[in-house]
Design a binder for this molecule. Structure first.
Ligand SMILES: [Zn+2]
Ligand SMILES: [Zn+2]
Length: 365
């Protein structure tokens, strides 16, 4: 890659998962928290997280280790912990990417050209009468009214000794923003244009896509000024897995092989919701999750394992005798919606590590 100029997607540590249309029927009313619905599933999973590449959960503090100031791993007292929110954020993103879900924060406001680049229904805000599957599971913040969701992530604590070591991470840069500046304020850069653009001009089409550069795009942008093809989003960003890359920023990490354990509780889920949750948690073993700091440098890859599930039954109300097999639900998620299934397959390809992230160039990312 030419020094300091090229922005090749194939050199990036991430890819994109296409946005899916959200049809009116995909949204449902939310289920209140205060009663246990006997036709739905309520329970508690005990999960194990095994660290695959060095994991850093930031605490915002520094420790003096071997005479150096090091960004410290989050602790409860002296015990390194992973807060529920770290896992929740990642699981929510995967759930969004693999379902017909809203974009809770649209990437741009008051730019009709970019707003129209989103598939139908994606921009509509969820509310308590009509919420997408991700908002039904994980909650949403609405105008004046919000919903906290029906999945709760507890804190994950070490099983046995966690070996903490100091790794040197590369400095992570902010991705380019506002590209091109005039027309795309706040819209990000590489999320946009490349694909639909190459469909509209005569080049090699989507196969050329990994080689699209922003410089090429700018050249065409100038030339086509008056008849620009419709904008389109590439999709939601998903970091690839790869060989961790080092730099010179010392951070305290949990070493590969470290094991943490914690609980995820769920309340009043229907089978589709439970199935999506189980898939996004990686219960069937087909995907790894990336949590904590340094995803662009391939840090924080973890593997999940379901140790136990307890089902809640209240009084004689709970009449369902057969509990679902959570690993089976994870494995079969998306089977009844071909568009969802395509995204699921893509996510599996990336998060299984089958499609590896590129080695870092000297330029960083
Ligand atoms: Zn939603
Ligand atoms: Zn392209």
């Amino acid at each position: 890659m030419a020094k300091g100029t090229g922005t090749l997607l194939r050199d990036k540590p991430y890819t994109f998962i296409p946005l899916l249309q959200v049809r009116p029927d995909d949204r449902r009313g939310i289920v209140p928290h205060n009663l246990l619905d006997k036709s739905r599933w309520t329970g508690r999973m005990t999960l194990e997280l095994s660290v695959v590449t060095p994991l850093h959960i930031g605490s915002g503090t520094y420790r003096l280790i071997d005479g150096r100031l090091v960004q410290a791993f989050l602790r409860d007292g002296e015990i390194p912990v992973i807060p529920g929110s770290s896992l929740k954020g990642v699981v929510r993103s995967l759930a969004e990417a693999c379902s017909r879900s809203c974009l809770p924060r649209p990437p741009v406001k008051n730019n009709s050209r970019l707003e129209n680049a989103l598939p139908p229904g994606v921009r509509t805000r969820c509310n308590d009468k009509a919420a997408c599957i991700t908002c039904r599971l994980f909650g949403f913040v609405g105008r004046g009214k919000s919903y906290r969701g029906r999945v709760v992530f507890g804190e994950f604590r070490p099983v046995g000794e966690v070996q903490l070591s100091v790794e040197k991470l590369p400095t992570l840069e902010q991705p380019f923003k506002d590209y091109p500046q005039k027309d795309n304020r706040g819209g990000g850069n590489e999320r946009l244009y490349y694909c639909s653009f190459y469909e509209a001009v005569s080049c090699n089409g989507p196969a050329h896509c990994p080689d699209c550069t922003k410089e090429e795009w700018l050249k065409w942008f100038k030339r086509l000024k008056e008849r620009l093809p419709a904008a389109a989003y590439r999709g939601r960003k998903l970091y690839l897995l790869g060989e961790p890359r080092s730099g010179n920023q010392p951070v305290e990490t949990a070493a590969p092989g470290s094991v943490f354990q914690g609980e995820v509780t769920f309340q009043n889920l229907d089978e589709d919701e439970l199935s999506l949750l189980c898939f996004a948690l990686g219960l069937d073993g087909t995907i790894n999750l990336s949590i904590g700091y340094g995803k662009p440098a391939y840090y924080g890859t973890v593997r999940t394992k379901l140790l136990e599930v307890s089902w809640y039954a209240r009084g004689g109300l709970f009449e369902q005798a057969e509990y679902p097999d959570l690993l089976g639900l994870a494995r079969n998620y998306g089977d009844h919606d071909p568009d969802v299934k395509k995204n699921v397959d893509l996510v599996r390809q990336v998060l299984s590590g089958e499609r590896r992230g590129p080695r870092w160039g000297a330029e960083g990312y």
